[in-house]
Ligand binder design. Structure first.
Ligand code: AHR
Length: 499
């Protein structure tokens, strides 16, 4: 199969907001306890955080982490997680039917985020609570001092404000499973009034309004339009959530699912713009894809669990190579929509549908999905170029005209680099690639790598180092044109420098 990738230095989609490489830590399963926090673990630091996890998060170069949920936040009292640990209540977490010890709360998570070099995207509870608890949390976190809540923060050990910039107005409020789920009208009003008081406390914050919890929700579209009609002037982003499954074990169809992600983004952006037009607003609402990933391997096991354990092993999907390819397609899709998607969070980060897994008292291991995320996050910084691809296509069970090649190119002017990311969806055919990106001189190859040659079902659960990014030696350049080959079922990265 032959493919040409064409582009020009001056034709770009957008500057990339680094927060597109965000992730998510929820009080769910072993994400917090036994995940980021395990005092007594051989690598635990003075605060009880696993240093091996922090090192792996650093390898992923995650600029933003959403916290503390997810479904969990809709029943959470943030005040339970502050003050002396001995006084903190143990509570039933109704979202995941577990027991929450509150050993880790706001201060501890902010400490962890500092140590991990990441920013926090804080969600407020709009399920069982509302504007009052939310404005108090903003005052506690961001106000310098001299008021009840800000002075309490100081008493609890944080002299300086946490300065949390990005906030989510609840979580998946359209979902019948959500604690305190609402109609679009109810949520639109509540989110507007909550946003108002939060911004009155600190007008530098940015707010994410809940969109639908999936594009297949019966209220999708109508929900977005209604909540935006209410909250447009008060908020900055609208959220999207998407989880992929391959219950049918249909690989061509599974790998095509990122096409649906692309359409979902474009549809939601259109709805935002329709409300903008109707209101005659100057402001554009951008998108926060604040939950996306594969999630289905653990569903059956989770359904069999008894409730009320502390940190039970929930949502521990064991990912395989085909999942890594689809996550790669997802990353490329987010980059190609970086004109509208400014925040995205791979859900989640540790143990719960995660690229990083930990063993209690033991080692950490990386899932196959770790590798595409790591490469995109480290090298996909700068601007996305607007490419022209002439890939052959296929039809799958659900999707028509799916390109075998999913690709994007990122221009990093600081480093004088162009980085091509690509997935070859074909199970049989290699892809002979010719890339012509005009406007650059003296191209040379820094490195060409691939994640390839694995069985689609191969995992890293038993042999933790059994999947590796390898060199792709086929790539060469004459200084203007770049040529090489992408193997069947492969994730690829080609880094080029220019003069
Ligand atoms: O990420 C797991 C769960 O998926 C989140 O708690 C929820 O928001 C979504 O349904």
């Amino acid at each position: 199969m032959k493919v040409t990738i064409k582009g020009h230095k001056d034709q770009e989609i957008s500057k990339i907001d680094p927060r597109i490489y965000g992730s998510f830590v929820e009080h769910l399963g072993r994400a917090v306890y036994e995940g980021i926090y395990e005092p007594g673990h051989p690598t635990a630091n003075e605060l009880g955080f696993r240093q091996d996890v922090i090192d792996a998060v650093n390898e992923l170069n995650v600029p933003l982490v959403r916290y503390p949920g997810g479904n969990f936040v809709s029943g959470y009292n943030w005040e339970d997680g502050i003050g002396p640990r001995k006084d903190r209540p143990k509570r039933l977490d109704l979202a995941w039917r577990s027991v929450e010890t509150n050993e880790v709360g706001l201060h501890e998570f902010m400490d962890w985020a500092n140590q991990a070099g990441t920013e926090v995207n804080m969600a407020v509870n709009l399920g069982t609570r509302g504007a009052d608890a939310a404005r108090n949390l903003v005052e506690y976190s961001n106000h310098p001092g001299g008021t009840y809540w800000s002075d309490l923060r100081k008493e609890n050990g944080a002299e300086e404000p946490f300065a949390i910039k990005t906030w989510c107005l609840g979580n998946e409020m359209d979902g019948p499973w959500q604690i305190g789920a609402k109609t679009a009208e109810e949520y639109g009003r509540l989110a507007t009034e909550t946003a108002k008081v939060m911004k009155l406390v600190d007008d530098s914050i940015e707010l994410v309004l809940c969109g639908s919890s999936g594009s297949k929700m019966p209220t999708f579209g109508e929900w977005e339009y209604t909540v935006l009609e209410h909250a447009y002037d008060e908020v900055d982003y609208l959220s999207l959530h998407l989880y992929w499954q391959n219950f049918e074990n249909d690989l061509p169809n599974y790998l095509a699912k990122s096409v649906e992600m692309d359409q979902f983004i474009k549809n939601v952006a259109s709805i935002c713009d329709a409300v903008k037009a109707k209101k005659g607003s100057e402001k554009t609402i951008n998108l926060s894809f604040d939950e996306w990933n594969v999630w289905y391997h653990s569903t059956e096991a989770d359904a069999k669990r008894e409730p009320w354990d502390i940190a039970p092993p929930l949502l521990e999907d064991i990912y395989n190579f085909e999942d890594a390819l689809l996550v790669g397609c997802g990353l490329i899709t987010l980059l190609n929509n970086s004109d509208r998607v400014k925040i995205a969070c791979l859900a989640q980060l540790v143990n719960v549908i995660a690229p990083i897994m930990t063993i209690k008292d033991g080692e950490l291991w990386k899932q196959p999905t770790f590798y595409p995320f790591m490469q995109a996050s480290n090298f996909g910084r700068g601007k996305v170029l607007d490419l022209r691809l002439d890939s052959p296509t296929y039809d799958s069970d659900e999707y028509k005209n799916v390109p075998y090649l999913e690709s994007t190119a990122v221009l990093n002017e600081d480093e004088k680099e162009i980085v091509i990311f690509a997935v070859n969806r074909s199970e049989k055919d290699s892809m002979e690639v010719e890339s012509i990106i005009e406007g650059f001189e003296g191209l040379s190859i820094i490195e060409a790598t691939e994640l390839a040659d694995y069985d689609p079902k191969q995992t890293t659960q038993e042999k933790h180092d059994s999947m590796k990014i390898k060199e792709n030696a086929t790539f060469k350049t004459d200084g203007a044109t770049v040529e090489g080959s992408f193997k069947p079922l492969s994730w690829n990265m080609v880094r080029l420098s220019y003069n």
